[in-house]
Design a protein. Sequence first.
Length: 389
Amino acid sequence: MKKFVVLFLFLFTYAAICQSNVKIEVTNPIPINRNSETIEINFEQIKKLLPGINSNNLAVFSKKDNSQIAHQLIDYDQDGIIDQLIFQSNFSPNESKSFVIKKKKSQRKEFTNLVATKFVKGREDFAWENDRIAFRIYGPAMAAEVDNGIDIWTKRVKYPIVEKWYAGEEKPESEKISYHVDHGEGADFFAVGKSLGCGGSALWKNEKLYQSGVFKTYKKIADGPLRAVFEVSYNYLVDGKEINEVKRITLDAGKNLNKIDVTFNTKANNSKIEFAAGLVKREATTKYSDENKHWLSLWGATTKNSADEFLGTGIIFPKSTFKTFTEDENHYLVIGVTKFNDAFTYYSGAGWTRSGDFKSVDDWNNYLTQCSQEINSPLRVSIKANNSK
């Protein structure tokens, strides 16, 4: 009996070591098209099935045509250990697809970086972008002029522009290329000021916003090729209570919405609180909302110049945190419920007609509806060892 057990363990171990690849099955569970969908895999699962797999030899392939797919490995807690593998694909309604993860002996393939983040010294801005749009928030140097709002940089090109636009803005006056003017790539047309801008968040108490001010610290977590992730922290007082707000922002390639994870930390008890995410009111715009899909939208002229066409901004709340819609003097707001010291998630972003991604308000609002469906019906992913070469 002992010999049998030893032999079984030997064969099991040998089989595990000899696995040549890992098969990933991904299913879209809803009857809609889904583009640039990010598949997330716990990297520990991959390592157990493919011993010796690492950032230098990992490759992801489509099982259908054996084409290699861009991927990214992310260390979320910055402890030097990879936490997650991600890659992207498009899905037809209710479609299932298969992918294969292999250890590749040849030189690692480099992929085009579709996202970028930048902390701007001097100004102390933090900016980020993907192939469709760009955003920024503000640090201590701008505290007198702004608050914790999110700014939008509208793009009509698919390549990165943040580095270039800042460089042009910072040139001597005679050579300056203002990013507030569209020179063919887009521009920063959006006015934030002391508002929440495009989806900033704040505590909501007694029908009043308690904004945090500018961020105090920042931390880059991931910078492409498919996903940008960073954290910012804010310290402030609300009715004499010290609040440490931590905000993690994630932007994937091919998407117009940021995923925003927020925690309001305090030494007080874990009591329930209300929070708001808001869209700053703009001239010549119309508000839309959907109680069932929990999204808020604002659509209208980008500027007073008709050549700049139309801009949509939007917020989506998960069903678990959504409470109601409301407004104050400067914002249209979505109100949610959470607890101190508990993380919650919402989504915000923008779409511009000159980007070519949206033609009308219907396109933008339909996009928000679809994103809400995708959030509430995530892709189904299964992982198993695969002995086929």
